[in-house]
Design a binder for this molecule. Structure first.
Ligand code: PAF
Length: 308
């Protein structure tokens, strides 16, 4: 299979490297960070995981999709704030049968992809791996989580069953869902509970549970998000969203969440598609979201004032 990963940060690199272990796959990582691309091409991609260190060499990396042919699979892993822009600059990757799969954080990625490629090409899903970039060509994989995907509406078709097999064989055990939006919202619950709070407080995920103040904020933020989701007829994949969020926090206790990584690297965060998206949807559906508004505004001010 010809596979392109659009956005080879930590997550994109991990998925690309695993898929490249299967001889039948030709994997191209696309990322705008030239040093990362150069390191992958010259030394391979090194992943440090709880299982040990491994270098993946069967990969090609490029800084732009320009000149590449249409792929069988495009996995979108850019920051959710640039999904539409990145995809529209890579339309040459998409042919009539290309599957364009988003496994990104946040709300709205499916809808943004459908603005620039045909909806029949788009697949949605989530991943809950914890990883970070150590340096060019070097990724730390802290924990393996789930990979879940499906058709954007309706039950998984044959192409999804084949894709699941491919991921399973590549060491990325996957499951299929007929409720992609419910999955995306359920994953969002964990990002609502963790990301902004850890980014503002400068703490690892697990430390949230050491502080009653943080627990009350995360419970409040999650409850608001659930109320908004329910007003939008979202079927969550859990009956106990707060317990679910706390379980993710425990499972990823040692993670520096992606938003805190962004703040530390002085990058724009995904606040607008996480807590910000809840505030926006809450306004449309008349659901008050004061905690998410405060979190959104605080992170916005932080990211507007990164020291030079
Ligand atoms: O964004 C992240 O860091 C991850 O999605 C999660 C699940 C919050 C774990 O750190």
């Amino acid at each position: 299979m010809d596979i392109a990963v659009l956005g080879a940060g930590a997550m994109g690199s991990v998925y690309g490297a695993h898929l490249a272990t299967l001889a039948e796959n030709k994997v191209t990582l696309i990322d705008i960070w030239p040093q990362h691309v150069e390191a992958i091409n010259s030394q391979g991609l090194s992943i440090n995981s709880p299982e040990g260190d491994q270098v993946y060499k069967n990969l090609t990396a490029v800084t732009s999709a320009q000149g590449l042919k249409a792929q069988d699979l495009v996995i979108v892993f850019v920051k959710a704030t640039v999904t539409q822009e990145a995809m529209s600059q890579a339309l040459n990757l998409v042919g009539p049968k290309t599957m364009v799969l988003t496994l990104q954080n946040g709300l709205g990625n499916i809808e943004k992809l459908c603005q620039v490629v045909e909806a029949k090409n788009v697949l949605g899903g989530i991943n809950s791996y914890g990883s970070s970039i150590k340096g060019p060509g070097q990724v730390i994989l802290r924990g393996r989580g789930e990979t879940v995907f499906g058709e954007i509406d309706g039950p998984p078709s044959e192409r999804l069953v084949n894709l699941k097999n491919l991921f399973d064989q590549a060491g990325l055990p996957a499951s299929l869902t007929s409720n992609v939006q419910g999955r995306v919202w359920t994953k969002l619950i964990s990002n609502i509970a963790i990301n902004a709070l850890c980014a503002i407080m400068g703490i690892k995920n697990g430390q949230l549970l050491n502080h009653p103040e943080a627990i009350s904020l995360l419970e409040g933020a999650v409850s608001e998000a659930v109320a908004v989701g329910q007003a939008m007829s979202i079927t969550f994949e859990t009956d106990h969203p707060i317990q679910y969020a706390k379980k993710v926090i425990k499972n990823t206790a040692e993670n520096v969440c992606s938003m805190l990584q962004d703040v530390r690297a002085k990058r724009p965060t995904e606040i607008a598609v996480i807590n910000g998206a809840i505030v926006e949807a809450g306004l449309k559906h008349n659901i008050p979201t004061p905690i998410n508004l405060v979190l959104t505004n605080l992170v916005k001010v932080i990211q507007q004032n990164y020291p030079a």
